[in-house]
Ligand binder design. Structure first.
Ligand code: PLP
Length: 391
């Protein structure tokens, strides 16, 4: 049978991060001693009070459809979060709850972009952005950055990339995959350009709470009413509350965009899981004391890994100020990222994600959302591997 696959679907590259993660998990299941640096999720459990709220809702029969954009209680809790954390005022009707931060991004792009539109994405980028843009029929315009600028785009770069067809600029700070964080001044300057040129900003703030070395973030929406009017914030519960499997994300947007996304959602996924939403309310309104504990642990690992990586021949690594990834430069080993990661997995049973997946072939992504013991063991193996390459 010759199945016809739509061009839309055939043009997509499957998610390489998920592929590496499942290969490493399969090797582990087969009894091999694999060290996985591929995880895009915290290694901590969801806090108990969140699980309890969900279990209680399930037991009480909260198992039916909800409004497609989420229960009022959760939309209000999210609006309160934006008020308290970011000083931003959103009505619950401007807030949409959906099935993960990824789903938020997808719905923003589908609701705002079409054929002929261009979307500016700084590289290294979260690998789903360009594929989502292609799904919408629009064109990703990639801006290259390197470790020399801590992987941040400059105002000049952004300005030069904007054309009359530019619809959206994607800003992700703290960043997956690099962990880099734009300063409030840098965010404002990029926002100023978008406001001046009439370009919308999709600001992916899912790592907002995961910061180190005293780094500060300020949402691009918060600089002026014009910035607010040009910004759609995408966010979710996956990272700072360790709820990746719950599939709960949210966004906040100017009213007409929120309305359009509500319509998209009502004809595609409908509501995110009813009882998961009750867990979401508990996550946002309950105690947040898990976070300093997790951050202290992440920070310890980050410091160790950063120092160790820079002692390995052939590798250099700028430090991350947010999220839970490091993005070392491997170009001095003479290998490109796919070959490096394939050989590393084969020779030393260490799983890392090739930078090519994020549009940066001279780098690999290492997640430190894994135990200190794993990090020590895995980095020792990477050291051994690199010593075999760089003689
Ligand atoms: C993890 C992540 C998301 C959202 O993940 P979900 O599991 O869909 O909530 C969004 N953006 C970035 C950059 C991420 O790393």
């Amino acid at each position: 049978m010759n199945y016809k696959i739509s061009q839309r679907a055939a043009s997509l590259a499957p998610s390489l991060t998920l592929a590496i993660d499942s290969k490493a998990k399969a090797m582990k299941a087969a009894g091999e001693d694999v060290v996985g640096f591929g995880a895009g999720e915290p290694d901590f459990d969801t806090p108990q009070h969140i699980k309890d709220a969900c279990a209680k809702a399930l037991a009480a029969g909260f198992t039916k459809y909800t409004p497609s954009s989420g229960i009022p209680e959760l939309r209000q809790a999210i609006a309160d979060k934006f008020k308290n954390d970011n000083g931003l005022t959103y009505k619950p009707s401007q807030v949409i709850v959906n099935c993960g931060g990824k789903h938020s991004c997808f719905n923003v792009i589908i609701a705002t972009c079409e054929a002929g539109d261009e979307v500016i994405i700084p590289a290294p980028y979260w690998l789903s952005y360009p594929e989502m843009v292609k799904l919408a029929g629009a064109k990703p315009v990639i801006l290259e950055t390197s470790d020399k600028t801590e992987f941040k785009v400059t105002q000049e770069q952004l300005r030069a990339a904007i054309t009359p067809n530019t619809r959206l600029f994607v800003l992700n700070s703290p960043s997956n995959p690099t962990g880099s964080v734009y300063t409030p001044e840098e965010v404002k300057a990029l926002g100023d350009i978008c406001v001046e040129k009439g370009v919308l900003i999709m600001s992916d703030e899912i790592y907002e709470h995961l910061l180190y070395d005293g780094a500060k973030v300020k949402s691009v929406a918060s600089f002026s009413p014009a910035h607010y009017d040009h910004t759609i914030i995408v966010h979710g519960l996956a990272k700072a509350w360790s709820m990746t499997g719950w599939r709960l994300g949210f966004l906040a947007a100017p009213e007409p965009i929120a309305k359009a996304i509500d319509a998209v959602q009502s004809h595609s996924t409908s509501n995110p899981t009813s009882f998961a939403q009750k867990g979401g309310v508990a996550a946002l309104t309950g105690p947040q004391d898990h976070l300093p504990v997790w951050l202290a642990e992440f920070d310890k690992r980050r410091r160790y890994a950063h120092t160790k990586l820079n002692s390995i021949p052939g590798i250099s690594c700028v430090n991350a100020k947010g999220a839970f990834y490091l993005f070392p430069n491997i170009s001095k080993t003479g290998l490109k990222s796919s070959e490096f990661c394939a050989k590393l997995l084969e020779a030393e049973k260490v799983a890392a994600v090739p930078g090519i997946a994020f549009g940066a072939d001279d780098y690999i992504r290492l997640s430190y959302a894994t135990s200190m013991a794993n990090i020590e063991k895995g980095l020792d193996r990477i050291e051994k591997f690199c010593k075999s390459l760089v003689k």
